[in-house]
Structures are given as structure tokens and as C-alpha cells.
Design a binder for this molecule. Structure first.
Ligand code: PMP
Ligand code: GLU
Length: 397
């Protein structure tokens, strides 16, 4: 009955882990979840109030497909303020979360067989979205030894006549890497030389703890003209449920993505758009406060992970994920079981069953030697989760 494209579609594993932990909790099983890639903070009050006011003022109808002009103007001001990038509202598209922005992009850009370079480890949705429209995602490894920094030479070697785009994500989900300006500059040169589109997913920009976030589009007019910069209100403003993401880039592409959106969702929620306007244009102090908190938790979880036997973890520089290497546990067995742990799915299942801790298997991000933990949760739960993991790991044979 279903379309062939569904034969290869993997549902989002990040969301699946989150759902599983929630379901177990509903059964009364005490699971600590490091699955959810979303801030545990509530949306700041000023933003909620803007939504209430929007409803009261009757902003409850369809809006312009690309987003209300006020919000697109605020997006332009944000890009100028934070990234030194000049755009006009006609260069901007607001969508139902950055995930939807990305889907508009692959739909508007890729012909069947077109290749997209995806530095690996990667966020789970990039390859799946490309495949859904017949594109071919090409994973290009980054090395743990460099803190998973972008590898321009490997990217260059992966370019073929079918390569259309490269998707960059810094700060990175799942590794926490903040790509070095040198590597970004080099990839900018490659993109201009090979006429590739750069999709720069900067959703975790506000959560950069080491180094400085630099948008690749800011390296000059040539690279800016072939970069789609993507961001979201989800992470910086704890607004995952409001579903507002946005992009700015080449006008032809933005127009095409807007046409796709016009046939798919019409527009993002009018009320959420007014809230997003307040998020981007209002006082930014709550962003720094949340970022400071995540930075503290980062140290707590990375220290704790590195103290576990068989586990080593590169220190993430941004976002709110730790991506420890757990290959030191492979070959070990749970008491009473015949088969040893063989990969990240086994380690995930072991941690859920024996430690009541939920993590996302690294294989879904392109590396079977790792698992991902979101530390967007309280100190108490981080400490308790680490203690449970330690106890379970020490029981392994
Ligand atoms: N990009 C990355 C790297 C992400 O981790 C996420 C997940 N939140 C998104 C994009 C999409 O975020 P949203 O759709 O909530 O804006
Ligand atoms: N981006 C978050 C994550 O990676 C939220 C879930 C999702 O959209 O995949 O966990």
C-alpha cells in the first residue's frame, strides 16, 4: 500500500528514545532520560505573554506564507546583530521548526540522485530527509582525535559531479563540536570552487561554550551568496513546542522553499510567530542565563562519563550533548546473558534495562562506537544517571 520511499525511512530515533522513556515512566518505571534534545527550561514569560497578546489582538488567522513581515524583519536584525550578515525580508523564510526548514530545502533543491555531503557524526534527520526526496546523502567522517572538527580534505575528496550541497552543523548535534574558523574557511573555498550550496544549520549558536560561533556565510559575499543559514527559536529560547525555525539565503532558493511551504503547511502558527518576534527582538538576558547553566552541566557530565570504566568522552564545545565513545564496553556481557555487547544499540538497550538510563545509540548518527546523552536535564538527574551507569557497567563480565 505504501510508497517505496517508506521502505528505507527510519523514524527519528531521537524522538523514539524520548517516547520510550516517557512510556516507561508512565508505567511507573523510574527512567532517567538523556534522550531528549530539548531544553528542560520553560519558555521565558515575556515570550508567552507575547503569544497571549497576539491571540487577544486577533492574530489567529493565516499569515503570509513566508512568515509575518514583522518577524522576517526581526530575523534580518538578528542576523545583523549576531552574525554580521545583511539580509532583506525577501531573503527570509519562517517555517514550522528548523526541521521543516530543512525539509523545504531538500524538496526545493534535490533531484533524484543528487548527492549531499553530510559530515559524520550527523544529526539523524539530514540523511533521512535527503533520501525521502530521492537524494543521496554521503557521510564524510570527522575524527574524534580532532574533537570531531570539520575535515575539509575529506569533504573535497567526496565531491563528485552529482554533489549539490554540503550540510554543516556547528555547534554540532551529536558531537558538540564547534567547527574551527580555519576548517570553515577552507570549506567555504571548496563550496565556491565546486559551486556547492552550503546549508549551515546554526540551531545551537546560542549554546557555544568554547571558541566563538562563526557563520560560514560571514566569510564574504561569494560564500554568502551560496549559503542557506538556518536557525531556530527551539534551543536558545526553550521553545521546542512552538515550532518556529527560520532561514536566510539565496533569494531564488528561499522563493522556491516558500512555494513548497505554500503547498505543505501554508504558514507556521500565527501565534507562535508573534511569540518568536518577542524572542528574537526582546531582551536577550535569559539566553545567556540558560547557556551558563548548560555550560556547568556540561562539565559535570563529561567529568562523570570519563570516570566510567570503558567510556571516554571528548569535551563538547557547544550544544547540550555529550557523545562518549563506548567501544570499551564491546565484548563484555551482562550476567546471565550469552551474547556480549556488540554495538551502540546493545549499549543503549543495556543502559535502559540495567541502569534505567535512556541514551540514543550513536549508530543513528553515523557512529556505532558512541552513544549520545543530552545533558539538558538537572544536576541531580545527571549525577544519579551517572551513578546508575557506573553501577551497571561495573557488573558487566
Ligand atoms: N537541527 C539540529 C542540529 C537539531 O538538533 C534540531 C533538533 N531540535 C533541529 C535542527 C530542528 O529543530 P526545530 O525543528 O525544533 O527547530
Ligand atoms: N533535535 C533534537 C534531538 O536531536 C530533538 C529531536 C529531533 O528533532 O530529532 O534530540
Amino acid at each position: 500500500m505504501l510508497a517505496d520511499r517508506l521502505k528505507t525511512l527510519a523514524p527519528s530515533s531521537t524522538l523514539a528514545v524520548q517516547a520510550k522513556a516517557k512510556a516507561l515512566r508512565a508505567q511507573g518505571i523510574d527512567v532517567i532520560s538523556f534522550g531528549a534534545g530539548e531544553p528542560d527550561f520553560d519558555t521565558p514569560e515575556r515570550i508567552k505573554e507575547a503569544a497571549v497578546q497576539a491571540m487577544r489582538r486577533g492574530h489567529t488567522k493565516y499569515t503570509e506564507v513566508a512568515g509575518i513581515p514583522e518577524l522576517r524583519a526581526a530575523v534580518c536584525a538578528k542576523f545583523k546583530r549576531d552574525n554580521g550578515l545583511a539580509y532583506e525580508p525577501a531573503d527570509v523564510l519562517v517555517s514550522c521548526g528548523a526541521k521543516h526548514t530543512l525539509f523545504n530545502m531538500v524538496t526545493a533543491l534535490l533531484n533524484p540522485g543528487d548527492e549531499v555531503l553530510v559530515p559524520s557524526p550527523y544529526w539523524v534527520s539530514y540523511p533521512e530527509q535527503a533520501r525521502l526526496v530521492g537524494g543521496v546523502p554521503v557521510a564524510v567522517e570527522t575524527a574524534e582525535a580532532t574533537g570531531f572538527d570539520l575535515d575539509p580534505e575529506r569533504l573535497r575528496a567526496a565531491v563528485t559531479p552529482r554533489t549539490k550541497a554540503v550540510i554543516l552543523n556547528s555547534p554540532n548535534n551529536p558531537t558538540g563540536a564547534v567547527f574551527s574558523p580555519e576548517a570553515l574557511r577552507s570549506v567555504a573555498g571548496l563550496a565556491v570552487e565546486k559551486k556547492l550550496l552550503v546549508v549551515s544549520d546554526e540551531c545551537y549558536e546560542a549554546l557555544t561554550f568554547e571558541g566563538r560561533h562563526v557563520s560560514i556565510a560571514s566569510f564574504g559575499p561569494e560564500i554568502k551568496a551560496r549559503t542557506l543559514v538556518i536557525n531556530t527559536c527551539s534551543k536558545a529560547y526553550a521553545m521546542t513546542g512552538w515550532r518556529i525555525g527560520y532561514a536566510a539565503g539565496p533569494r531564488e532558493l528561499i522563493r522556491a522553499m516558500t512555494d513548497v511551504q505554500s503547498q505543505m503547511t501554508s504558514n507556521p502558527s500565527s501565534i507562535a510567530q508573534w511569540a518568536a518576534l518577542e524572542a528574537l527582538a526582546g531582551p536577550q538576558d535569559d539566553v545567556a542565563k540558560m547557556a551558563g547553566e548548560f555550560d556547568r552541566r556540561r562539565r559535570l557530565i563529561v567529568g562523570g562519563l570519563n570516570a566510567l570504566p570503558g567510556v571516554r568522552c571528548v569535551t563538547p564545545k557547544g550544544a547540550f550533548y555529550a557523545f562518549p565513545n563506548v567501544s570499551g564496553l564491546f565484548g563484555k556481557r551482562v550476567k546471565g546473558m550469552d551474547t556480549p555487547l556488540r554495538g551502540s544499540v546493545d549499549v543503549g538497550a543495556f543502559l535502559l534495562e540495567q541502569a534505567r538510563v535512556a541514551v540514543v545509540p550513536g549508530v543513528d548518527f553515523g557512529s556505532d562506537a558512541h552513544v549520545r546523552l543530552s545533558y539538558a536535564t538537572s544536576d541531580t538527574l545527571i549525577s544519579e544517571g551517572l551513578a546508575r551507569m557506573g553501577a551497571a557497567i561495573r557488573e558487566l563480565l
